[in-house]
Write a protein that binds this ligand. Structure first.
Ligand SMILES: C[S@@+](CC[C@H](N)C(=O)[O-])C[C@H]1O[C@@H](n2cnc3c(N)ncnc32)[C@H](O)[C@@H]1O
Length: 373
C-alpha cells in the first residue's frame, strides 16, 4: 500500500516552509554572527576601511589586516557573512572593458563602511568595546546555562541569575576581582555613554535647564557626567560609584568623584541621574534606590528631579522592540534585572513617593524619563 508522509503543517506552502527552514537555520547559527562581529573588531576591519577612505577591495583589506598568510583565503568568508548581516555593505564592481587582459573579468567586491560599521571605527562614538564586552566568555558561558537556571529552583546571592550561577558571584563582584574584565566593562559603559550623552544633551537640553548641581548615581567612569558638565558649565556635576570603579577614573577636575554605595547614600543635588542602572535591579531594589534619590533632590527650597535613561519596552518599531526585549533578556541573564514597560515604571515611581513623570522617546531603543516628587 502506498504511504504518504504528511509535511509539517499541511496548510503551509512549500515556499513558506523553505523560508521558515532558512530562517530557523540563521537563528540557530546567530551566535556565529556575534562571533564574526567580535573577530572583525579584534582584527580592526572597520578602522582599516576608514583609513582606506571608507571602502576597500578584498585585496586592499588583505594588505592591511595582519592575517596569517595561510588564512588569507578565509577573510572574504567573514566579510561576506558580515555584509549579508548588514554590518558592512558589499558592492560588486565589474571590471571596465579596458582593464588589463590578465584579469578574469569576474566582478571585484568592494566592502564599504555603513551606518552600523561606522560605530566600530575608533573615535568619539566607537562602540567596539561594547561588542567585545557583550561577546566575552563570561557572558557567553552564562547564556549557555540559561535553561539550567530556568530549571533550577533555588535563588540566592550566587544563583540569582545565570551569570551568578555560572560564575559564583555577581557581575560587579567578578569585576572587583578581575581587573581586565572590570576595565572592559567600564570602558564599554563609557563608550555607550559617549554616544548617548551627546544625543541626550542635544535632544533634551530643556531637561537640564535651571539645574545647578547633578549627581550621576552609579555613573560608571564619569563619561556622561563629564559631557553634561561640558555642555552646561553652570551645572556642578559629580559621580557616585563603587570604590573599584572610582579608583580607575583619572581626576581631571571636570566632575567630583564620590566612592560609595547608592543603597546607603546619595549626595544631595538638584538632579540625580540614573543611566542604565535600574535595569540591573529588582523592583524592590529600584524602589529603595529611587527613595534615596528622592531624599537627595529634596534638600533645597524647590524640589529637584530624577533623570532616568533606560529602556521603556513597547516601541512601535519592530527593530527597536527587538532591541528592547533583547536588552530585557540580557539583564535577566546577567543580573536577574529587567527592562520595564511603562506601567512597571509608573508603579515603582508611585511606590517611591514620586507624583509625576514624563517620558521623552528620543534615544532610539532607550528613553529619557524625568521624574518629579
Ligand atoms: C550598567 S552600569 C552603568 C554605568 C553608567 N551609569 C553608564 O551608563 O555608563 C551600572 C553601574 O552601577 C554601579 N554600581 C553597582 N552597584 C552599585 C552601588 N551599590 N552603588 C553605586 N554604584 C553601583 C556599577 O559599578 C556600574 O558602573
Amino acid at each position: 500500500m502506498e504511504q504518504t508522509t504528511a509535511m509539517p503543517m499541511a496548510a503551509t506552502s512549500k515556499a513558506e516552509l523553505l523560508k521558515a527552514d532558512a530562517e530557523l537555520f540563521c537563528h540557530t547559527f546567530a551566535y556565529l554572527k556575534s562571533m564574526a562581529l567580535n573577530s572583525a573588531v579584534k582584527l580592526g576591519i572597520a578602522d582599516v576601511l576608514q583609513r582606506c577612505g571608507g571602502a576597500a577591495s578584498l585585496s586592499k583589506l588583505l594588505s592591511a589586516v595582519p592575517l596569517h598568510p595561510s588564512k588569507r583565503p578565509y577573510l572574504c568568508r567573514l566579510m561576506n557573512m558580515l555584509a549579508a548581516a548588514g554590518i558592512f555593505t558589499a558592492e560588486d564592481v565589474v571590471p571596465a572593458a579596458s582593464a588589463p587582459a590578465d584579469g578574469d573579468g569576474a566582478p571585484t567586491t568592494i566592502y564599504h563602511l555603513n551606518t552600523v560599521s561606522r560605530l566600530l571605527v575608533d573615535g568619539s562614538s566607537c562602540m567596539s568595546l561594547c561588542v567585545l564586552l557583550d561577546t566575552t566568555d563570561l557572558f557567553v558561558s552564562a547564556s549557555l546555562q540559561l535553561h539550567q537556571w530556568l530549571l533550577s529552583e533555588e535563588e540566592g546571592p550566587t544563583t540569582g541569575s545565570p551569570f551568578m550561577m555560572v560564575h559564583g558571584g555577581s557581575l560587579y563582584g567578578v569585576g572587583s576581582r578581575d581587573p581586565e574584565f572590570n576595565a572592559l566593562f567600564n570602558g564599554a559603559m563609557g563608550a555607550t555613554s559617549k554616544f548617548i550623552a551627546a544625543l541626550a544633551v542635544r535632544e533634551c537640553s530643556q531637561v537640564f535647564t535651571g539645574i545647578t548641581s547633578l549627581v550621576d548615581v552609579a555613573g560608571g567612569n564619569g563619561t556622561m557626567a563629564r559631557t553634561i558638565a561640558e555642555a552646561f558649565p553652570r551645572v556642578k556635576c559629580s559621580v557616585l560609584e563603587l570604590p573599584q570603579v572610582i579608583e580607575g577614573i583619572s581626576h581631571d577636575g571636570t566632575v567630583e568623584l564620590v566612592a560609595g554605595d547608592m543603597m546607603e547614600f546619595v549626595p544631595p543635588a538638584d538632579a540625580v541621574l540614573l543611566k542604565h542602572v535600574l535595569h540591573n535591579w529588582s523592583d524592590e531594589d529600584c524602589v529603595k534606590i529611587l527613595r534615596r534619590c528622592r531624599q537627595a533632590i529634596s534638600h533645597g527650597a524647590r524640589a529637584g528631579k530624577v533623570i532616568i535613561i533606560d529602556t521603556v519596552v513597547g516601541s512601535p518599531s519592530h527593530q527597536m522592540l527587538e532591541a528592547q526585549v533583547t536588552m530585557d533578556l540580557a539583564m535577566m541573564m546577567l543580573f536577574n534585572g529587567k527592562a520595564r514597560e511603562e506601567h512597571n515604571w509608573h508603579k515603582m515611581f508611585m511606590e517611591a513617593g514620586f507624583s509625576h513623570y514624563k517620558i521623552h522617546n528620543v534615544l532610539g531603543m532607550r528613553s529619557l524619563i524625568e521624574v518629579h516628587p
